[in-house]
Design a protein around this ligand. Structure first.
Ligand code: TYC
Length: 100
């Protein structure tokens, strides 16, 4: 008896689920001092002074700037810390998060 010919199938690669990413966005306002924004970006996002300055100026000039992307929980924690630092000094500094 002859074997039924079989066609080898492409191996299925188990997918490693990738979590959705969330952008952290810095919003401009008219009250928070520029150097304070730079300080918060350095503290919360571990940016160099130059990176923080660039990001602050982008938000200042365009109204908003994407700072970085993270998983949801990390993004929410960064937003919370940034907003809290502003509020602690009486500034309306605002970070928001948005799904990519
Ligand atoms: N616009 C603010 C000022 O002129 C500075 C600023 C920049 C505030 C970026 C918030 O996300 C911001 N003092």
């Amino acid at each position: 008896m002859t074997d039924t010919p079989t066609i080898p199938r492409a191996k299925t690669r188990p997918k490693t689920a990738r979590p959705p990413l969330y952008k952290v966005i810095l919003l401009n306002d008219d009250f928070t001092p520029r150097d304070f924004v730079v300080k918060v970006l350095q503290a919360v996002f571990r940016m160099s002074e130059g990176e923080a300055l660039d990001a602050m100026l982008t938000a200042h000039q365009l109204g908003a700037a994407v700072i970085a992307v993270f998983t949801r929980e990390i993004a929410e924690e960064k937003v919370r810390r940034g907003n809290e630092m502003g509020a602690a000094d009486g500034y309306p500094l605002t970070f928001t998060t948005e799904k990519e």
